[in-house]
Design a binder for this molecule. Sequence first.
Ligand code: G6P
Ligand code: ZN
Length: 543
Amino acid sequence: MPGHIVQTAPIPGQKPGTSGLRKTTREFQAPHFLENYVQAIWNGIGGVAGKTLVLGGDGRYFNAEAAQVVLRMAAASGAARVIVGQGALLSTPAASHLIRKRGTDGGIILSASHNPGGPEGDFGVKYNGPNGGPATEEVTDRIFAATQAITDYAMLDAQDVDLSTLGETRLGQMVVEVVDPVADYAALMAEIFDFEAIRALLARGFRLHFDAMHAITGPYAKAILEDTLGAAPGSVVNGTPSPDFGGGHPDPNPIWAKELVDRMMGPDAPDFGAASDGDGDRNMIMGRGIYVTPSDSLAVLAANATRVPAYADGLAGVARSMPTSRALDRVAEALSIDCYETPTGWKFFGNLLDAGRATLCGEESAGTGSDHVREKDGLWAVLFWLNILADSRASVADLMADHWARFGRHYYSRHDYEAVDTAAAKGVMDALRARLADLPGTTAAGRQIAFADEFSYDDPVDGSHSAGQGLRVGFTDGARLVIRLSGTGTVGATLRVYLEAFVPGPEGLDRDPQEALAPMIAAAEALAEIATRTGRTAPDVIT
Ligand code: G6P
Ligand code: ZN
């Protein structure tokens, strides 16, 4: 082996979460931390000898250095080829597409998604499998086991590879192929959507505003929305990726994308507004004067899917994560297709997509996607909306009003309590869990509780079982309360409270969500005792 073996020992805290290993940048920069984890990935997937991998990241601080480490370690362990996005950049959906298109053995994505970047921010490493999707739990369990058993890692002795120039070079015996990070992805989007119709929409004077939040989607959005589809120059804002995302928090929700919200709610708002996150897989959708919740967005995409060329023959089925509102279920019922309910985490959609059981999936956490890749896809969702708007010639507000009139409205909101004391957060969960069995038949928020349980999932494709996926309390009128601990936070615990209330209409479809959900918010406090147990009287983030 053209390199050397470094002796090491297991480092605590290397258990992959909802989406790979996500830690503070400082932790990742500590001696052996990154190297241990990368070697554990190799060990957990049966080695990389002779394999081809894709590599790229969202451009955050430490991205470039980490990419070089991954390359040296892949070469030292005998990988045949690594396909890298130019500048070590790839959006998460573009990486997923590249893995699939090139038929590789998987890939490494360097990102902490929507978490802030920089020396004081977060970093992350995720392994995706040959289907292009996040590693299944079985694989992440093996990787975790490998982190606990590690004794050494293999490192090539070499200089950094030039990742700024397209083409092939060698690193030891391994081929490093630097590719344009945008081209293949842009071509895929052109295959899926009716670009002519979107071009015509924009030519009719339809104005769009896309906020790339100083993150990875800037170059993708400029190439596709402005250069290809003809959106006015300047339609893409904050479009140059920066290592610390301009000092911001690249999470497309009403709190962190406030600039966009203000624009869309203000005078002279454009017709359509959208944003994506650090690594390009999340999306936020707005129309003039209206915010579309991710759960509603998913339902609208499903209801209008046949307007899009790639889905013109209809959807095989749809899927949503458990905490996502049941707006999707109503559409699926009307379309007579299956609707799957999975635990939080995109990896759980992989088997359904691979097996052709679901075409479209989504999560309340601003993720929507389809079988075109095995990740959620921010720009794809934006293009999906533009295709629908072009075809229907309706405004976002009209489209939503029509949707609610037809299916009823699932008022929905998520309240997050961040960096909560871990023991206190666990106490909230344990106390409510202990009460679940006694809840059915009792009332809360003036509503009767129909069921209360802890969600677990049996994968219908591979039969795997995932327990402990969130506590849920359902009411007889269709309202629902879900509480779970986030699997992506890096400091303390993040407690998520998901609130949902269903209004069949025609009355009451036009209320303010926080107001419509006020009784549910009170019920959540009564049932979970968050204020008394954690000392927090208000959520940090409301989406
Ligand atoms: C990431 C995952 C999603 C997940 C989200 C929230 O974005 O890719 O699948 O829904 O995190 O996860 P959390 O465990 O923090 O609620
Ligand atoms: Zn992301």
